[in-house]
Ligand binder design. Structure first.
Ligand code: GCB
Length: 610
């Protein structure tokens, strides 16, 4: 075996393995940049033993001085009849990108492991001096990226974007990108082994090439001053040849604003503009302004809304006025394709249902969703809670797990910090109280507040019972002190007792903060009818909503809710035949788009809640 491997050593040139492993600094707003889509069919090879990645001594090929032709990322083809090459991308089947693999091929429905993807393309830059980046909206969970046989790097995390500069590797003809995407769950991962959702694998979001000038706008953050809503503040970050002062012009034509600023030696600049005429963004008035940033080489536009969000005692204030968050939780599953959602059409459908329900708010659980839905929420005026996938019980003591969680948090905030719709960053969901966990989440909060001091921080916590009376509930968690909004999940009437229990339950919430009930719900199979005490019927779910809403209204600080959940979603924890069939049935709408009775209960409540 060894002789054969050596015989096929394929010398790709030195330094192939010394390439940086981390993605490059994440650029924002690829929606308005010069891009070329790489969506469409990609050839793939299923590789459960990671045979294309490790040699027979289980050493990674991409860390060898001389790279073997057996390494799939070399995309080697047999040239002579005597050559032994045991893979061939071009003769392998294809998967659509973006898209999870589970719902595209029956044989991959339960697959967790490595799949290799390959796409070939030609590319001519508009200007020779320009840079080109390979941008991936998301791939679940670990991605090793290669271009033309060279390693670009590795990205961890299934729900946030990453990019690599590829300027120096790109050719005009016959480029090939190869991604190794591995969705194996792991104990140290974020999320970890155990979740109540489907572990969809694959390149689940858009892939594109982004062309920029040699010095380019990496990133900016534009928002109102939290103290004075007549002041628009912003920071901008250039990359490239930034060692001399560079001029940037910020324009908001509709407000008659044109402001010049000069960046420092690291490419950073900031500005403050006073305007008395701002039309503030809100659910009733989702006003977006065109904001443009220009250097002598580039103009980048974005559509940005201006609003403030804050809390005062137990109120949530939007533009200084108290607001009730009439919401619902949502997983990123497509009501159209029934796999991972990733299109504007998917987003239009689910946000349309929320509007129909009388809602103004969505909890994007339990991980960052695609950028299409966040941008559409901005346009439609739907407030958004975004969540880091720190779910249930992760390795609180593991520094790598922390670094991973923090990185995913930073990528989420980086991508969406200019979206007015996003008002809450959630750190975690239902994490068990302990000192190490609280320290972990405290550090995440510090990071979030440092990058974005303008939004509210929360986390979906758990409730506990009074030791002397199990029907008296409260929130006993040190996290309650650290969040701006006190959020908790509760399942009285489903995981504990029956819905009538809500009548004798009392809430003693001592924290003087706004409360959002981040989850409650019951499973029902759409179309299954019976009496209100029979589980899985629409009537049981309807009854639970009636009782729960009556109970929650007695919480003085109640300022919002996001019941669990808008649409039934896939979960391997839900095998009950003929009822669940791999779906968590707590949706108010079935995966086929049919509304259950409880949908109308919530709508009636939202139509009159004030
Ligand atoms: C929860 C979790 C959510 C589950 C839900 C359920 O508390 O936060 O991810 O799907 O309960 O249906 O059990």
């Amino acid at each position: 075996m060894k002789n054969i491997v050596l015989g096929l050593v394929f010398i790709l040139g030195c330094n192939t393995h010394i390439w940086s492993q981390e993605p490059d600094a994440l650029m924002i707003n690829t929606f308005n940049r010069k891009t070329t889509s790489l969506n469409g069919p990609w050839h793939y090879i299923v590789d459960p033993y990671e045979n294309g990645y490790y040699n027979y001594r289980y050493e990674p090929f991409d860390q060898q001085e001389q790279v073997s032709a057996n390494a799939y990322f070399t995309n080697t083809k047999a040239k002579r009849p005597s050559d032994l090459i045991e893979y061939n991308f071009d003769e392998s089947d294809t998967l659509q990108v973006p898209g999870d693999w589970n719902t595209q091929k029956e044989k991959l429905y339960y697959y967790e492991g490595t799949i290799w993807y390959k796409k070939s393309f030609d590319y001519t830059k508009t200007e020779d001096s320009n840079r080109v980046f390979l941008y991936v909206g998301a791939a679940n969970y670990k991605t090793e990226a290669y271009l033309n046989g060279k390693k670009l790097g590795t990205h961890l995390g299934g729900f946030t974007p990453f990019n690599f500069e590829v300027t120096h590797l790109l050719k005009e003809k016959d480029n090939f990108i190869i991604f190794k995407v591995d969705n194996k769950r792991s104990k140290e991962g974020v999320p970890t082994l155990n979740t109540d959702w489907w572990n969809y694998g694959g390149i689940t979001r858009d892939v594109k090439l982004v062309e920029t000038p040699s010095t380019y706008i990496l990133d900016y953050f534009v928002h109102l001053d939290t103290e004075d809503n007549r002041i628009i503040k912003g920071e901008i970050n250039l990359k490239g040849e930034v060692n001399s002062a560079l001029e940037v012009t910020v324009e908001i034509p509709e407000l008659g604003i044109e402001k010049k600023l000069v960046t420092d030696a690291s490419g950073q600049g900031s500005f403050e503009i006073k305007s008395r005429k701002i039309d503030y963004w809100s659910p009733e008035n989702p006003k977006l302004y065109e904001v443009s940033f220009s250097t002598n080489k580039e103009q980048l536009k974005d559509q940005i809304g201006f609003r403030t969000i804050s809390t005062q005692e137990d109120d949530i204030l939007l533009n200084g006025e108290p607001i009730l968050l009439k919401g619902i939780s949502l997983h990123e599953e497509s009501p159209i394709t029934k796999g991972r959602a990733n299109s504007r059409a998917d987003a239009e459908k689910v946000l349309g249902w929320i509007k129909e329900m009388g809602g103004n708010y969505v909890r994007l659980s339990h991980y960052p969703h695609n950028e299409h839905i966040v941008r559409l929420a901005d346009e439609l005026g739907i407030l958004v809670w975004e969540e880091n996938p720190v779910y249930w019980t992760i390795q609180w003591n593991n520094p790598n797990t922390y670094a991973n969680a923090e990185n995913q948090l930073q990528e989420m905030i980086q991508r969406d910090k200019n979206r007015a719709a996003v008002i809450i960053w959630s750190m975690a969901n239902e994490t068990p109280v302990s000192d190490v966990r609280t320290a972990f989440l405290t550090n995440l909060i510090k990071t979030a507040r440092k990058i974005d001091p303008t939004r509210l921080i929360s986390a979906a916590l758990e409730q506990s019972s009074n030791p002397n009376n199990p029907n008296i509930k409260h929130i006993d968690d040190p996290m309650a002190e650290l969040v701006d909004v006190l959020s908790f999940n509760q399942y009285i009437g489903w995981y504990g007792g029956t819905p009538d229990l809500a009548r004798i339950t009392e809430w003693e919430i001592t924290q003087n903060k706004p409360v959002i009930v981040s989850e409650f719900g019951a499973g029902a199979k759409q179309g299954l009818h019976g009496d209100k005490n029979t589980r899985w019927t629409e009537e049981y779910q309807e009854y639970l909503y009636q009782e729960t809403l009556a109970m929650l209204q007695k919480i003085d600080q109640l300022k919002g809710m996001s019941p669990w959940i808008l649409v039934d979603f896939r979960s391997p924890r839900r095998p009950l035949p003929n009822i669940q069939d791999d779906y968590n049935r707590k949706g108010l709408i079935s995966e086929e788009g049919k509304k259950k009775k409880a949908f109308w209960v919530l709508k009636d409540f939202y139509d009159t809640w004030e």
